[in-house]
Design a protein around this ligand. Structure first.
Ligand SMILES: Cc1cc2nc3c(=O)[nH]c(=O)nc-3n(C[C@H](O)[C@H](O)[C@H](O)COP(=O)(O)OP(=O)(O)OC[C@H]3O[C@@H](n4cnc5c(N)ncnc54)[C@H](O)[C@@H]3O)c2cc1C
Length: 390
């Protein structure tokens, strides 16, 4: 039996980032990771906002493969619009190297990592965690963190499960995607309920897709063969890597209970419109760390959950709620309406609002700025005014 102050289940970016902050402050932290290697398998477009990363104290390292200044949207009928503000907005990262770098930072700060060690059961009444693998046995920590991804065993053990996911497939291949621009391929025919993307990452291109219904691999094959935005620009026979994974489509408004705290995908802390979860998950890991440190300072570790829920609700809940509403509106648009929306991206008024209000990581600022012109947008999209957004 081990008795760390904090046991972190899952060495993704959120778990390792949290481990780093807590270890730096002198807490005894153990991280368990079911895979033998941190960062693998990886299935991620690897796009993170530069401002957000800097706000978390993360500086550019050699895991940055490229920088993005703009996004180009393609509708399924072949319309396209490019939008950008001139400056660098995001990094394209080597996701496996990023995860390893964060784990090394945590290790250097004093955290212990048990690789090939899986959390296989939790007794919530005694806070005993059963581990299996290279380290087999039990842990009885003061605080347990579930940073174990979208299918979190910690979340399920707490009875806080949710069942709404976007299923994704992505390949890394050779292709002709311009550096500096993220490409977004739209259309219900191609990726029902979500969208598809293409981005250059060093020598390769990442082409991926999400869907809320059906097999994402089949949809991805069809996208690469037939979507006017990408067809003919990918060397399908040169697949460097391929992966399938899910993204939560909803979130927990109370991501903690007793001495259990959930961070990252485990709690659905992802941008509801893009599915990006690296920044928001790490942002919440930071909130969790502050809550735990405060609870330890007060010598009442169990209060960490309460502090975490309070701070999470203050900092992020409304952001997630507003973006979730907007995502449900956007992902239900027909292909015809998506055509109109893509044309709207050329509209000077719309561009002006995007340029002044867009925040790469907190989308609600743009959504709120668009509310005054929403009736006009709905008019152009010929949608009846029944959305709760207005
Ligand atoms: C196709 C795709 C593309 C994406 N692109 C982007 C993007 O461009 N930008 C962005 O910000 N986000 C993106 N995301 C989302 C992003 O990958 C996640 O939000 C992010 O990885 C969440 O980090 P995490 O630490 O919460 O979980 P994860 O990264 O999933 O890490 C969880 C860790 O826990 C381990 N684990 C799980 N269960 C156990 C267990 N029982 N015991 C021990 N260990 C366990 C896993 O092995 C894993 O290492 C994408 C997701 C997908 C699917």
């Amino acid at each position: 039996m081990i008795y760390p102050d904090v046991l972190i289940v899952g060495a993704g970016p959120c778990g390792s980032f949290l481990a780093k902050i807590l270890s730096e402050k002198g807490l005894e932290v153990v991280v368990v990771e079911e895979h033998p290697q941190i960062g693998h398998p990886s299935c991620c477009a690897g796009i993170v906002g530069i401002r957000g990363m800097r706000a978390l104290g993360i500086k550019k390292e050699d895991w940055v493969l490229g920088e993005l200044k703009s996004a180009q949207f393609f509708s399924s009928s072949g319309l396209s619009s490019k939008i950008g503000r001139g400056g660098k907005e995001a990094w394209v990262i080597d996701r496996a190297a990023f995860d390893r770098w964060l784990a090394e930072e945590a290790l250097n700060a004093g955290a212990e990592f048990y690789l090939s060690t899986r959390c296989i059961g939790i007794d919530c009444s005694t806070s005993k965690v059963k581990l299996s693998g290279v380290f087999s046995g039990f842990a009885k920590p003061s605080i347990i963190i579930g940073s174990d991804g979208f299918s979190s065993i910690v979340r399920k053990s707490l009875g806080l499960d949710f069942g709404e996911f976007t299923f994704c497939a992505q390949i890394e291949t050779k292709g002709e995607i311009e550096e500096g621009t993220a490409e977004i391929y739209l259309g219900q025919r191609f990726s029902p309920g979500f969208f598809a993307w293409g981005v250059r990452a060093g020598d390769v291109c990442r082409i991926g897709l999400g869907t809320t219904s059906g097999n994402p691999v089949r949809y991805l094959r069809n996208l690469i063969a037939k979507h006017p935005g990408i067809a003919g620009r990918v060397k399908q026979k040169v697949v460097v890597s391929a992966g399938v994974k899910a993204i939560p489509r909803t979130f927990l408004s109370s991501p903690a209970r007793d001495n259990f705290l959930l961070v990252g995908d485990a709690a659905g802390q992802v941008k509801q419109i893009t599915g990006g979860g690296i920044f928001l998950g790490m942002f919440c890991a930071n909130i969790a760390a502050l809550s735990i440190l405060r609870a330890f300072e007060e010598e009442k570790p169990k209060k960490a959950s309460k502090f975490y829920i309070q701070m999470f609700r203050k900092e992020l809940l409304s952001e997630l709620e507003v973006s979730k509403l907007a995502s449900r509106f956007l992902f239900n648009l027909s292909d015809k309406k998506i055509d109109t929306l893509v044309s709207l991206l050329e509209d000077q008024m719309f561009i002006g609002i995007v340029k002044s209000a867009f925040d790469f990581d907190f989308h609600s600022s743009l959504i709120k700025a668009l509310i005054p012109v929403f009736p006009e947008i709905l008019g152009k999209l010929k949608v009846r005014r029944k959305s709760r957004l207005i």
